[in-house]
Ligand binder design. Structure first.
Ligand code: IMP
Length: 212
């Protein structure tokens, strides 16, 4: 049984990953930071890329787990994601979660996004969501053969519009359009099957099926 710790205190995220991996990669015991004793480590996301931040989170949590006496072959999975808007030169990008400030809500971030589109004089712009998953071992040893960190990336092209619709999903979804509807109008299952996160996760699952 491989122990996999999700580098997140978000019980919802952990439950979703547990559900997906139970089906696609049996033999993996999925835990979240909230399932482990002790205060959760805080890791600063200081990298300029999604991959860099996902790796910082995975390696930071691996180092913390090492200090807690976690077995060396436990693996840590971290993710970083966000929305990149062409007309804004790729912003908010890695700053998506805090576009309107440190403790910004989704509504605050969407207001800032709309203000930026207006400032650039556009009503819509192509954009894309990105999700990068990073998987490392607690002892820093190779994962899948010879890599110190295995990275899986998913991208989802959308049209970002000032007009918003729908109340599903989260974050920028009400402004992220696919043809005639927004991501906030998709069912959770439909979103999972098409999203940047779903794609990255399927990449990881394929590798895990071949064995750790
Ligand atoms: P993090 O990956 O938890 O750092 O958060 C990334 C941020 O990107 C979120 O707070 C959202 O603002 C945005 N984001 C990432 N994925 C999605 C998505 O699927 N829909 C809408 N917004 C997203």
């Amino acid at each position: 049984m491989t122990r996999l710790v999700v580098a997140s205190g978000n019980a919802h995220k952990v439950a979703e990953l547990r559900f997906t991996l139970a089906d696609g990669a049996p033999g993996v015991d999925v835990l979240g930071l909230c399932d482990l004793p002790g205060p959760m480590p805080t890791i600063e996301e200081t990298a300029s890329t999604f991959a860099g931040n996902a790796r910082l989170k995975a390696e930071g949590v691996a180092a913390w787990l090492r200090g807690q006496g976690e077995p060396p072959d436990t693996v840590v999975l971290a993710d970083d994601s966000g929305l990149c808007v062409d007309a804004l030169g790729g912003a908010p990008g890695v700053h998506s979660a805090r576009f309107a400030g440190e403790d910004a809500s989704d509504a605050d971030n969407n207001r800032r996004l709309m203000a930026e589109l207006e400032r650039h004089g556009v009503h819509e712009s192509p954009g894309h969501y990105v999700c990068v998953l990073a998987l490392v071992r607690v002892d820093g040893g190779p994962v899948f053969g010879n890599q110190a960190a295995a990275l899986f990336e998913g991208r989802w092209d959308v049209m970002v519009r000032r007009i918003a619709r729908g109340d599903g999903g989260f974050g920028y979804d009400p402004h992220a359009w696919l043809d005639d509807r927004t991501v906030a109008e998709l069912s959770p299952a439909d979103k999972r099957s098409r999203s940047h996160r779903g794609r990255a996760l399927r990449g990881l699952l394929e590798r895990m099926r071949d064995g750790m």
